[in-house]
Design a protein around this ligand. Structure first.
Ligand code: SF4
Length: 155
């Protein structure tokens, strides 16, 4: 049986393929990163973040204006912050930031919230974006709500 996130991966693969087929060689090489193929292992961070913005809704974080997919089909957009926390919280065993890591982290979230696994993305990535967890904050893990579950130790 295909995972729920397979819906987003397949849809995104088709969506991006449309651009590649339409524009072909007119897409400059330095713009290749805008049109990755999720079936070849890319984490597709930007595209999964875009889908989160336009598909999720209702909690004031995202817009919820597209209905081509449902929230339960989304895949977590894995950036450097989510990859780091994903490893420390035991959500993924992978070291490489790729599509499999994104699926592992999404599956871990899905076990807690199958109807909206990506809902945790905003709150968790904010910890890194706001620099609340850096080498400089080492020693403050006791104040962090993730402390009991986190193996990071402020590194
Ligand atoms: S427990 Fe420490 S290492 Fe883990 S996220 Fe919080 S501040 Fe960072």
């Amino acid at each position: 049986m295909e995972r729920e996130g397979g819906g987003a991966r397949a849809w995104l693969a088709g969506f991006l393929a449309c651009f590649r087929e339409a524009w072909g060689d007119r897409i400059p090489r330095e713009r290749d990163f805008l049109f990755p193929d999720p079936r070849k292992g890319s984490a597709c961070k930007r595209h999964n973040l875009f889908l989160r913005w336009v598909v999720r809704g209702g909690d004031g974080v995202d817009l919820g204006i597209w209905t081509v997919l449902g929230p339960r089909q989304l895949i977590v957009p894995v950036d450097t912050h989510m990859a780091r926390l994903g490893k420390w919280l035991g959500l993924t065993s992978r070291h490489t930031v790729d599509g499999k890591m994104a699926e592992e982290i999404t599956d871990a979230f899905r076990a807690v919230c199958p109807e909206d696994p990506v809902r945790f993305d905003f709150a968790l990535t904010r910890i890194g974006i706001l620099k609340a967890c850096t080498v400089a904050t080492r020693g403050t893990c006791g104040l962090c709500p993730l402390g009991p579950a986190c193996s990071g130790g402020g590194t």
